[in-house]
Design a protein around this ligand. Structure first.
Ligand code: F6P
Length: 439
């Protein structure tokens, strides 16, 4: 049975659209209404969640060439095309509507408006961005002229044109508003959710794993161990970097600090000034029956599980525990909350930070479990136009490496040596004990 996504009038020639048919999103609105920032935010979010979305930027209207590119994009197995341009007239939008009806694609219109204050802020921000790239153009004049030229042509979307989301953009959440009509299915609902909160133009976030823990030293996973002596040293170094004791007067000071509920993250931020919250969704991946074990012990006790995880680390779920797929869903609310803020410091764990960094780096789900997020390293993420730039700042406090790359042999019949070949080095006893044995 084909589940259809649109009501079909009996006797009409409209073909029913299967629920999982590709979606074409047409962005409508005058220049500098926040269309591009929002389009890219939607594409980033959908791709992060496992859909394959892409923004197709057009000058004013989608041409036949654009529509051909979109058809090709869908033939390659992708499913959401966002046409970011102006599409100011009903006639230009009709071309896309006809293309969608003929090809049996879903279509969604998103119309952006904003008040005078927001428009001025958008112009200032866009001019600043483009001026950095090219100083020879009078960007301000160009945007203002474009705005005046296009305003008389603008025909707002009519209720009969198709499913429609209207966004009245503002950075202030109390003035930002969204209405929806005819929206259906999980992808369109997800888009509505992303558009519901304002896009903040300039954002900086700070991310760090906790300082090295007693479990990291021993190569054990999960648990709620406290910091090792080197982990405590990292906590002091991080505080010096972020407005705590010994920091430079101009050092950045996070407005708010989010940690997991586990001791090692809470103790890592204890010397950093600022309001803080311990958030359960930032707790490390739950390794179920493998909690507290080393990778060597997992191989010894559950060799099949260890191999299955290596075969598909993203989808593999520890018995009685979680997968990276579960984790990605768990941290969605954290990422959405981050995006309505700026100057937030997040101190969490290897797997959780991989999922969060995947959003900012635009990494595909299958590659998320192999993103390298080393211990004792501060990651600074800054918005750059509709993109983000990540700066990696190693704070130079010695620690173990916990990064295990995928081994070549992932078969369930592999030898123990093959299974353990990429396990990072660790100690067999806590560092404090080793010191006392040596002295
Ligand atoms: O080793 C530290 C740690 O945070 C563990 O607690 C966790 O199980 C692991 O990293 C996650 O990394 P991976 O998915 O690569 O095993």
């Amino acid at each position: 049975m084909v589940v259809t996504g649109a009501a079909v009038v009996p006797g009409s020639s409209v073909k029913p659209c299967p629920l999982r048919a590709p979606l074409v999103v047409t962005i409508v609105g005058l220049p500098c209404r926040g269309k591009s920032l929002a389009s890219h935010k939607v594409a980033r979010h959908l791709s992060w969640r496992g859909e394959s979305a892409k923004v197709f930027t057009v000058e004013e209207n989608a041409t036949n060439e654009t529509l051909r590119e979109i058809s090709l994009f869908f033939k390659e197995g992708n499913n959401v095309a966002i046409i970011d341009g102006m599409h100011l007239t009903r006639a230009s939008r009709q071309t896309v509507a006809t293309f969608c009806a003929d090809s049996v694609f879903h279509q969604l219109l998103i119309e952006f408006t904003c008040n005078e204050k927001c428009l001025e802020e958008n112009i200032t921000d866009t001019v600043r961005f483009y001026r950095n790239l090219d100083q020879s153009t009078d960007w301000e004049c160009r945007f203002r002229e474009g705005n005046e030229r296009h305003t008389p042509a603008f025909e707002p979307c009519a209720p009969t044109e198709g499913p429609l989301i209207t966004v009245n953009n503002s950075e202030d959440p109390m003035f930002h508003s969204v209405t929806a009509r005819g929206v259906r299915g999980s992808t369109q609902t997800a888009i509505l959710g992303v558009l519901a909160s304002p896009v903040i133009r300039q954002q900086t976030f700070y991310f760090s794993r906790h300082g090295e823990s007693e479990y990291n030293v021993l190569g054990r996973i999960g648990g709620d161990a406290d910091l090792s002596p080197r982990g405590m040293k990292y906590a002091e170094r991080l505080a010096r970097q972020l407005g705590g004791p010994g920091s430079a007067p101009d050092s950045p000071r996070p407005k708010v600090i989010w940690t997991s509920e586990l001791r090692r993250t809470i103790h890592t931020v204890q010397n950093i000034p600022g309001p803080r919250a311990a958030i359960k969704d930032l707790n490390e991946i739950n390794a179920g029956i493998c909690e507290g074990l080393t990778y060597e012990e997992i191989q010894e006790r559950f060799p099949q599980e260890f191999a299955w995880r290596d075969q598909d680390k993203f989808k593999y779920r520890y018995p009685h525990g979680e997968s990276y797929l579960d984790l990605l869903q768990r941290v969605d609310s954290v990422v959405q909350a981050l995006l309505t803020n700026t100057d937030v410091l997040v101190v969490s764990h290897q797997a959780v930070l991989r999922c969060i960094m995947a959003y900012f780096k635009g990494v595909k789900p299958d590659d998320v479990p192999y993103i390298n997020v080393p211990l004792h390293t501060l990651l600074v993420v800054r918005s750059y136009g509709y993109d983000f730039v990540v700066e990696t700042v190693p704070l130079k406090v010695e620690c173990v490496d916990t990064y295990r790359i995928q081994p070549k042999n992932c078969s369930t019949t592999r030898t123990t040596a093959d299974a353990l070949v990429t396990v990072p080095a660790h100690f067999d006893a806590p560092l404090s004990q080793q010191m006392s044995t040596i002295s």
